[in-house]
Write a protein of this length. Structure first.
Length: 194
């Protein structure tokens, strides 16, 4: 099944702009910019949305929930229901502490692994959505509180790495959209895209 809705997970507000938890937003913003898409407020879905005409009557929706991470599933599920998009046609783009910074992995099943945004998606949308997981690990220092770590801003060195990898992240999302989860897993989970 083709993906028709891409949800970038993050938190609204300037204080969260360059935080680790907002890496999903950074990537969907970069995808939207690359394809000349513009964001508009969609208060009925507690979101900002962008749309891309894929031809043959198909539309790709991008969404950035404005509900804060813990409630993002509510916003994504509302848009998916309204547009009659099944969970299997939804991709979530989000930060993952279990993956090293700069790497990206695709998965379709699994638990929330302690990620509140994913837990909210599982609760409101259900299972079956595809996950584009963007590495933000390892936690350093390791004893740092999880919440403090994910809400902290990237260091300048990390931001430089993310800028260098942004094209790779966007290509990973494009591969997922063009070829599906299985092919994206085969290519992305083993190595970076050239």
């Amino acid at each position: 099944m083709s993906i028709l809705l891409v949800a970038g997970l993050g938190n609204p507000g300037r204080e969260y702009e360059l935080s680790r938890h907002n890496l999903g937003w950074v990537v969907v913003d970069a995808y939207a910019a690359k394809h000349g898409l513009s964001w508009r407020n969609a208060p009925e879905f507690d979101s900002v949305v962008a749309r891309r005409d894929l031809g043959e009557g198909r539309t790709l929706w991008l969404v950035k929930p404005q509900t804060y991470m813990n409630e993002s599933g509510r916003a994504v599920a509302a848009l998916a229901r309204y547009r009659r998009i099944e969970p299997e046609a939804v991709a979530a783009v989000y930060d993952d502490l279990t993956i090293d910074l700069g790497l990206v992995k695709v998965s379709v099943t699994g638990s929330d692994a302690g990620h509140n945004g994913v837990a909210s998606l599982l609760e409101h949308l259900g299972v079956g959505f595809t996950r584009l997981r963007l590495g933000i690990g390892p936690r350093n220092p390791p004893e740092m509180d999880l919440k403090d770590f994910v809400l902290a801003r990237f260091t300048q060195e990390q931001l430089t790495l993310i800028q260098q990898k942004l094209d790779t992240y966007v290509k990973g999302l494009e591969l997922l959209l063009a070829s599906g989860a299985d092919r994206a897993m085969n290519q992305l989970n083993r190595r970076d895209i050239p």
